[in-house]
Write a protein that binds this ligand. Structure first.
Ligand code: ADP
Length: 443
């Protein structure tokens, strides 16, 4: 878990670093051009633009490599590789930054403090030791550059028009900047790593807490499953007896008693379907493992539509079916996917007033990877409820007014099943106009 977590934050960090570098390429180009052509301060343009070009080329290579690296995340040595990649990038950035600064006044250049950004980035992405090593690299490069210039081994590019006197003629001032720079670099790494370490600890605690919560949730689901299983058994028996009584098993009843009996039977049926849904949900949550088989989505939909024909005809709904050329073979758990389709299609029927339309569309994205959409021209879902309807027991006001006896458990079951198949489900809807539920399913 911890490794997974490290991988995720490293991927995010590497993407971020490459994005920042595109901005740096553009920004540096603008600054060099602005200083030379707008402010009129003379710069050695050729080496500076060459540096920007190198940065651009390096970032293009990093971008390509980053894409490749992301695809290799399953590999054992991924973390090592990604860490090395981050280290190489930051070292190269430091090298290029010192190169650009050298050709634009070196210690006279106020952008020298841009090294701080790299120190913060290194502290966030790398281990503490690596961040301090990068800080030392920055300081070493700076020492080589400034002492090389001071003792005349390297030519100095003075910023004519920006600063009157060459800094190298003012040793104390130079030493002051030097000291401030080095202490700032190390202090930045010290502070940033301190904050990052604390965040990392918190995040690790959260991961552990999350695992504990998930475990407790499974225990709760197991408990609910056991109770609902017993309840389903006795409620079914109870309903069977009531139906037998209504069918005349114990002879005829007076009309009043019969009416009461019909009501009790109806209530028992509602309660039974509620507890069955609860049992279903808890079962899926306790064990997300399914036995899978190959079957045709088109055949599954046709079978369900046939089965629900009486309800569709009762409400005089028109139905539109759109299937791909083939029969949409998938490898999944047949019963669960059937349950998903039944729930969605039944909802489309229930929440669409008479003479409306419903439809099912299967789209093949690539072989054995499909989107299944169930749509209707019904009452729709209020916008503020769109992210709540997949929560247990949640029912929108307009739906509860139209259909009294709903459980609010159908969609949570659907979501659990789809997610257990590594798919996704989402809804689009307009109040009063209709709804469209789409789920993805693939091998
Ligand atoms: P139930 O239908 O028993 O209330 P569900 O979990 O299946 O429970 O649905 C939850 C809620 O989502 C419904 O109460 C309703 O508010 C909304 N909903 C689901 N499907 C539709 C639909 N096709 N049209 C409008 N609202 C819907």
């Amino acid at each position: 878990m911890k490794k997974e977590f490290q991988e995720k934050s490293l991927i995010r960090g590497l993407n971020w670093l490459i994005k920042l570098r595109w901005i740096a390429v553009f920004g540096t180009f603008l600054i060099i051009s602005g200083v030379q052509f707008v402010l009129g301060i003379e710069l050695p343009l050729f080496p500076l633009y060459a540096g920007v070009l190198v940065l651009l080329i390096c970032n293009s290579v990093f971008f390509q490599y980053n894409q490749k690296l992301k695809a290799q995340i399953e590999e054992e040595s991924w973390l090592k590789k990604a860490n090395r990649f981050a280290n190489v990038q930051i070292s190269l950035d430091l090298g290029l930054l010192i190169y650009l600064i050298y050709f634009s006044g070196s210690m006279e250049n106020p952008f020298i403090f841009y090294f701080i950004f790299h120190m913060v980035i290194a502290s966030i992405l790398l281990s503490n030791k690596a961040a301090y090593l990068q800080a030392s690299l920055a300081v070493t490069l700076l020492i080589i550059m400034s002492l090389g210039e001071y003792f005349g081994y390297l030519p100095h590019y003075h910023l004519n028009g920006f600063i009157e006197q060459e800094l190298y003629n003012r040793s104390y001032y130079l030493a002051g900047i030097f000291f401030a720079f080095i202490s700032t670099i190390y202090l930045t790494v010290y502070m940033a790593t301190f904050i990052v370490n604390q965040l990392r600890e918190r995040e690790e605690e959260l991961v552990v807490l999350n695992e504990q919560l998930a475990k407790q949730d499974r225990v709760k689901s197991q408990y609910v499953a056991t109770i609902s299983h017993d309840l389903v058994a006795s409620l079914s028996t109870q309903r069977n007896y009531l139906e037998a009584l209504l069918d005349g098993l114990a002879g005829p009843f007076p009309e009043k008693a019969r009416k009461v009996l019909v009501k009790v039977t109806q209530r028992t049926s509602n309660l039974l379907s509620f507890v069955s849904d609860l049992l279903d949900l808890s079962r899926i949550r306790t064990s997300r493992e399914f036995t899978k088989e190959s079957f045709s989505l088109v055949e599954a939909v046709n079978k369900i539509v046939d089965h629900l024909k009486p309800e569709i005809e009762d409400k005089n709904l028109s139905i539109d079916l759109q299937f791909p050329q083939n029969d949409a073979q998938v490898y999944a758990n047949y019963n669960s996917i059937e349950e998903v389709l039944i729930n969605l299609i039944k909802n489309a029927i229930r929440y669409t007033p008479s003479s409306g339309s419903i439809g099912i569309k299967i789209t093949e994205l690539k072989p054995e990877c499909f989107h299944v959409t169930v749509w209707d021209t019904g009452i729709g879902i209020p916008e503020e409820d769109l992210d709540k309807i997949f929560n247990e027991f949640y029912r929108s006001k307009n739906a509860a007014q139209m259909v009294k006896d709903g459980t609010g458990l159908g969609l949570p079951i659907v979501k659990e099943i789809i997610e257990a198949h590594n798919g996704d489900i989402w809804v689009e809807s307009q109040l009063g106009k209709g709804s469209k539920f789409t789920f993805s399913i693939s091998d």
